[in-house]
Write a protein that binds this ligand. Structure first.
Ligand code: ARG
Length: 464
């Protein structure tokens, strides 16, 4: 039975129509939110005197029962239900009897779906933020435990200057901090109730959108009914946030892949977080990291796909909007799965700090320190750069140690040679936010402080 049978003749909907248009297989994920929205709607109808107190109680009791059935995992839906709204209303009517026919008063599936999806997004974006917080905590823990370990920092993937391992790990941590901030910001913007917008224009019945908005815990109600039922900015924005998280995870994944190679050899995965080969017995592969890198493509596809769906839609509701859910749900699942897997991987991996040190301790990594040593003694930087560049060139051409050339140079000499000693360069990065031990110790405190603060302000959703 369809929700629109009155307008139509006796002809049943074509199987092809149903097969192509149903959304129940994926939108049943919104069932609990649909019940929550319906409870508020029933209370709103009762407050407006549209529903008698008794009828409201019967409907609320039926909705409670549906919620309990959903929570228990009992089969609430039937294959013939077109969507989650149809399914919940049918089941409520089965339980409540003829009062069920009053549930949809003054409401459309257009404001209903927008309400459900906003309730869902408000909750799920916090779930993502919490999982990211766990990953940040592991990065901080590992940064603290890394002590004075250092490795080459790269630009263009060429060794550039040594950096503390803690500094490198926290670089990923700060990107994730911005991700959490972005999720909470999106959540703040989407915290608007569309319920009461009806199909597109509001209602002739004395409904109070402010009341149901407060009932549902939304910060505000919609300002414009057309906008309320058409707006999917919040899904696009959430998808962008999730996609950028995916981009950050893919960068992290790529580094893990590199660091686990024999060529780099900086990192070893715990067996539980690595995979083997079906043919090559010696292999140990970083599949989680590779999938974190690869699955990001899918997220970018979801984001661009939804933007293309939204582009050019006339006001107000169009069925095209149903296409918002699958990419959103999948992006949430993929991001949470990736964050959780990488958290476990990073918590259990071991570093080869000797390999890192060996790679970082090339005298050339101190080249800029030599130039800055000359600057401190009055030489213009451009000239100092040329002097040191020529020494590097010479050392490479003639296969002589750089130290020998530095010692022999009239502007440098024995004192400058000390800059080339292993482990010295990283200690010279002393400026705020820099890669040396002094600024990194301060950075770790600031990061820990930020982590403690970043999920506050969520009210009942405060970090556990
Ligand atoms: N399944 C629909 C969606 O996801 C629900 C709203 C349907 N509204 C309608 N007028 N057919 O957008």
């Amino acid at each position: 039975m369809t929700l629109w049978q009155g307008r139509f003749g006796t002809e049943a909907p074509a199987d092809e129509l149903l097969a192509y248009t149903v959304s129940l297989p994926f939108d049943q994920r919104l069932a609990a939110d649909d019940v929550t929205g319906s409870r508020a709607h029933v209370r709103g109808l009762a407050a407006a005197g549209i529903l008698s107190h008794e009828d409201a109680q019967i409907l609320l009791a039926a909705l409670d029962r549906v919620a309990a059935e959903l929570a228990a995992g009992s089969p609430v839906f039937k294959p013939a239900d077109e969507d989650v709204h149809t399914g919940v209303e049918r089941r409520v009517t089965e339980i409540a009897g003829e009062v069920g026919a009053r549930l949809h008063t003054g409401r459309s599936r257009n404001d209903q779906i927008a309400t459900d999806l906003r309730l869902f997004a408000k909750r799920e974006l916090v779930v993502v933020a919490r999982r990211i917080q766990d990953l940040q905590q592991v990065l901080l823990d590992r940064a603290r435990a890394a002590e004075d370990a250092y490795l080459p920092g790269y630009t263009h993937l060429q060794r550039a200057q040594p950096v503390l391992l803690a500094h490198h790990l926290l670089a990923h941590g700060w990107a994730l901090a911005r991700d959490v901030d972005r999720l909470l910001d999106t959540r703040r913007r989407l915290d608007v109730s569309p319920l009461g917008a009806g199909a597109l224009a509001g209602s002739s019945l004395p409904l109070e959108p402010d009341l149901v908005a407060a009932e549902l815990g939304f910060a505000a109600r919609f300002e414009n009914s057309l906008d309320a039922v058409s707006d999917r900015d919040f899904v696009a924005e959430a998808l962008f946030d999730l996609t950028l998280i995916g981009v950050h995870l893919s960068r992290l994944g790529e580094e893990i892949v590199l660091w686990c190679t024999e060529e780099f050899g900086f990192m070893h995965l715990a067996d539980a977080y690595a995979t083997g080969s079906s043919m090559l017995p010696q292999k140990k592969n970083p599949d989680i990291a590779e999938l974190a890198r690869g699955r990001c493509g899918r997220l970018i596809g979801h984001l661009t796909g939804l933007l293309a769906t939204l582009k050019g839609l006339p006001l107000a509701y169009n069925r095209d909007l149903q296409e918002d859910k699958e990419p959103f749900f999948d992006a949430l699942d993929q991001v949470v799965g990736g964050v959780v897997a990488l958290t476990g991987l990073l918590a259990t991996a071991t570093w080869d700090t000797a390999r890192m040190r060996e790679a970082a301790d090339t005298p050339f990594a101190s080249a800029v320190d030599l130039a800055e040593w000359l600057v401190e003694r009055g030489m213009p930087f451009r000239q100092a750069h040329t002097v040191v560049g020529a020494l590097v060139h010479d050392a490479l051409e003639r296969h002589v140690p750089l130290a020998e050339l530095v010692e022999a140079h009239p502007s440098l000499g024995a004192e400058a040679v000390e800059l080339l000693a292993p482990g010295v360069a990283v200690t010279r990065r002393t400026t705020p936010g820099g890669a040396g031990p002094g600024p990194v110790a301060i950075q770790m405190e600031r990061f820990a402080h930020h982590l403690g603060q970043q999920l506050t302000g969520l009210g009942g959703d405060a970090p556990s």
